[in-house]
Design a protein around this ligand. Sequence first.
Ligand code: GDP
Length: 296
Amino acid sequence: MFESLSGRLQSAFSKLRGKGRLSESDVNDAMREIRRALLEADVNHVVAKKFVDAVKERAIGQDILQSLTAGQQVVSIVNDELTRLLGETQAKLERSAKPPTVVMMVGLQGAGKTTATAKLGRFLATSEHRRPLLVAADIYRPAAIDQLVALGQQIGVAVWAPGAEVAPAEIVRTALDEARRGGYDYVLIDTAGRLHIDELLMNELDQLRQLSEPEEILLVVDAMTGQDAVTVAQSFHEALGITGVVLTKLDGDTRGGAALSVRHVTGCPIKFVGTGERPDALEPFYPDRMASRILG
Ligand code: GDP
């Protein structure tokens, strides 16, 4: 993951570390290299600029350049700023004071939404000892319902799937009744995805949002799509007000742009990451651990 970015950052660091005392122009050179590495990793250009400006301001402002460990200290500032860019602390899933807690899963087709719904159900059941109900409300992609039902069976989590002939609003309404009746404490709704963002999709999602009053609207985005993922996130956020992001396919050959930009651009935290196709391949997102992995 992020191999090329990690390599480029380490090369910039080795020049800094090797030097002891630093001049302003040493810092500027290193920051130019870091900025280029970020842009090549498909990080949003505003994010990349703000990032290096923040590091420069701290490095030069804190009067550390004459210290014998100046290089080391600049590296540590980069680490801090990277952690901050990724969201600082782990953002947990919100819980409703009055169960069930409703989580709407939204995203474009192919992002990994149905898989993420099942993965989150498994996570809540296994790691948090909760009773989730998965709701098959993606009636436009015929395979999505069967896929969710099959995954539910595989992980031993209940699925509410009245079928593709039932309107999504009706599916959600009856799912909420079922959850209250059955004492479920989470309702995870797999909503419709489309290949592109369109008004119809957003209207339907907005209707489901009003109906289900979700505690969380989690946007599922494919990390492999880089800047496109960030544009998608911005559109969903403007239309619906998302509360968090699930970044999928981090096990693939992703350059890092989506992971590093999405938080800053939307203001919403990454809450989980998908690291494989299997139902157990979901991890809570820890900004500090991710920063350490990127910096090597
Ligand atoms: P949806 O259209 O958004 O519901 O997408 P799906 O959940 O059907 O996922 C699309 C494809 O991506 C499937 O082949 C999944 O197995 C795969 N997928 C989902 N999440 C991940 C992940 O974290 N890593 C990998 N490698 N594949 C994933």
